[in-house]
Design a protein around this ligand. Sequence first.
Ligand code: PLP
Length: 419
Amino acid sequence: MTEKKLPDVNLLSLAKKVGTPFNIYDGKAIAENAKALYDAFSWVDGGFTDFFAVKALPNINILRLLASLGFGADCSSLPELILAKQAGIEPEKIVFTSNDTPDEEFKAAYDMGAILNLDDISHIDAVIRSCGRLPKTLCFRYNPGPERTGNAIIGNPVEAKYGLTKVQLVEAYKRAKSLGVETFGLHTMVASNELDPTYIVETARMIFSLVDLLYKEAGVRISFVDLGGGVGIPYRKSDDAISFSFLGSEIRKLYESMIVEKGYGPVKVTFEMGRAITGPFGYLVSTVRHVCRKYKDYVGLDACMADLMRPALYGAYHHITVLGKEDMAEDHVYDVTGSLCENNDKFAIDRSLPEIEEGDVLVIHDTGAHGHSMGFNYNAKLRHAEYLIGLDGRISRIRRNETFEDYVRTMLYDPEEVM
Ligand SMILES: *Cc1c(COP(=O)(O)O)cnc(C)c1O
């Protein structure tokens, strides 16, 4: 069970003051959560870093906050690399975990000094072609294929486009070593929104056993392991959050028996968690425009799928609180919708809520990761502002509302003839 909390600010007066919809992130809660994570892995003799997955919440102010809390960045495109750099994250704390990567992005990441994490054995040649040589530090992404079952969201590893097979992995490290690479990392990511901590612990076991295999079969010592992202969050009240201290202590046992006792230490342990870092600490605040009674009862919001795509995209559950009605009985059933001309544009279907009236302000929970960043402009819907509650409790705007001018910025009112 997880209690659905609201941030410690007056969201109703904020909504009145700045207008809705908007996303707001609780910086203080993010910092406390970060501390819990870093404390849970403070035992790692080789060091610990979470490379925050930038795609989860790509706002420079969030990245700056995370950088101050010890996070690095996991980037998969050039714009994400630039953002991470602008946020002041040191290059050694930026991992470029991309796939189907353009040569110029390998080059940019190399020039910046970021850690290249290669998704395919053929990318060794792509890096040489684009950068002239391999970097001193190199990481490869492992795909366990049939040796591991995926979870429901990420799917079966055999069907996943990512990573090298075990046979390729051995060959890739041998080749990288012969081409002058000195420091090696090993990455995998086989979970998405996983709430079973043993699944993550088993991923650590799988990776630590590869440290042994790669030493024996490829003659390389792994300096850091990257266990990827995919740690889930309790979107539903009935879900339990993964405890970082449980993860830390279980992974520690494996580290001691599989790394330290075998003489492979110290190895740095890293993750690329995004969702588990900021997800629960973001809220989409939106006002009810209309309550309509048809074959079903509909609550129409001023936010839409452009502000939060997860429910429409994967039927994801997001908890909803009606501000000021927290103590009322949830004795009405509604579909909570946006205004897109697209019937998928619903935040909730058949949701029990207190009786709702026009003008009510709703909070959609857990929008701090893969929320605003997944937004889009279909139906010329403009994306909305973001606010941050700072460590001092003050609220700042960290992204303004999009305007019509933003929307048409790339459109050429005067066509340019090209051929
Ligand atoms: C999306 C992604 C992450 C972050 O996933 P979360 O579910 O936000 O933890 C980390 N690494 C890679 C390679 C990803 O694609």
